[in-house]
Design a binder for this molecule. Structure first.
Ligand code: PAF
Length: 286
């Protein structure tokens, strides 16, 4: 496995493999890797001849008041995880190289970026879409792998690929969870042991809502959302639900008529445990 830190050599390596007729798989990450990332790398390893993983804590997707400075970083640990997962190249650029002086160009997926997470993290998805497009242009993948845990990121990137005719296929891998159902996330390191235990209620509330909606018992979206919020806040002391949304899975429009709706239902939410903000979701077909 090789570590590439500069843009040009990474582009040349990716181009070399493409010209040699090899399929290039790409897993973009911000490092501090966990089993969720490993699952993406293994999926890429299974499907592609060459696997590139990027490790880059992207400054443009953090709001000024967010945890960019504190975001956990441990390159050596990530290096061995990538090696074990069969990655061929780690791309690990500097922020200066990615966003040189006078950087001006951003990708904005209108509307989709402003919903759900975008309401509370304005500008976040502009940063994500921009860095992912840049990484695609550098690593030139045929396939790129993302976790369903970041459901809105996935919907937005699928839209970017479609709208901008990008020559890459997005693969989505299921959310990897702790034994108690808590979705794996690099930010779980901010939680105390007690909070990790309590946070199991997030997935429980999603499962409860799914069951109720599928049972079709004349339930309306606002009631489901309120039941989820009450369940979480009552079971987990010190938790606070920021939002629960019940939407379709493409344009993320609210579903108000749950009974009449047919198609994929996405329930997503953000919950604070103390200062730590966790997101999760469940996707099912009705
Ligand atoms: O999901 C993430 O870790 C990041 O948003 C991504 C896709 C690596 C872009 O920085």
């Amino acid at each position: 496995m090789k570590v590439i830190r500069e843009i040009k050599p990474m582009q040349e390596i990716a181009e070399f493999f493409r010209r040699a007729g090899k399929t290039v798989g790409f897993v973009p990450t911000m490092g501090f890797l966990h089993e969720g990332h490993v699952a993406l790398m293994l999926a890429a390893r299974d499907e592609c001849d060459v696997v590139i993983a990027s490790i880059f804590v992207n400054p443009t997707q953090f709001l000024p008041n967010e945890d960019f400075a504190q975001y956990p970083r441990d390159f050596l640990r990530d290096f061995y995880i990538c090696k074990q997962a069969g990655v061929d190249y780690i791309f690990n650029p500097s922020a200066e190289d990615m966003y040189g002086e006078n950087y001006k160009t951003y990708v904005n997926v209108e509307d989709l970026s402003e919903k759900l997470e975008g309401k509370y993290r304005p500008g976040h998805f502009k940063g994500v879409a921009t860095v992912v497009l840049k990484l695609f242009n550098i690593c030139k993948p045929h396939y790129s792998y993302f976790g369903q845990k970041d459901a809105q990121q996935v919907s937005m990137l699928k839209k970017t690929v479609k709208d901008l005719n990008l020559d890459v296929t997005i693969r989505i891998c299921e959310t990897i969870r702790e034994d108690n159902g808590l979705a794996k996330s690099s930010r779980n390191t901010y939680l105390s042991e007690q909070q990790k235990e309590d946070a199991a209620v997030i997935n429980q509330s999603l499962q409860m809502a799914k069951e109720k909606i599928l049972a079709n018992n004349f339930i309306d979206a606002e009631t489901v959302k309120k039941e989820m919020k009450d369940m979480i806040e009552q079971k987990a002391a010190g938790s606070s639900v920021q939002y629960v949304a019940i939407t379709d899975n493409e344009l993320l429009n609210n579903i108000s008529d749950l009974k009449g709706f047919k198609g994929d239902v996405l329930i997503s939410l953000a919950v604070y445990f103390g200062k730590t903000r966790l997101i999760d979701n469940i996707l099912f077909t009705k």
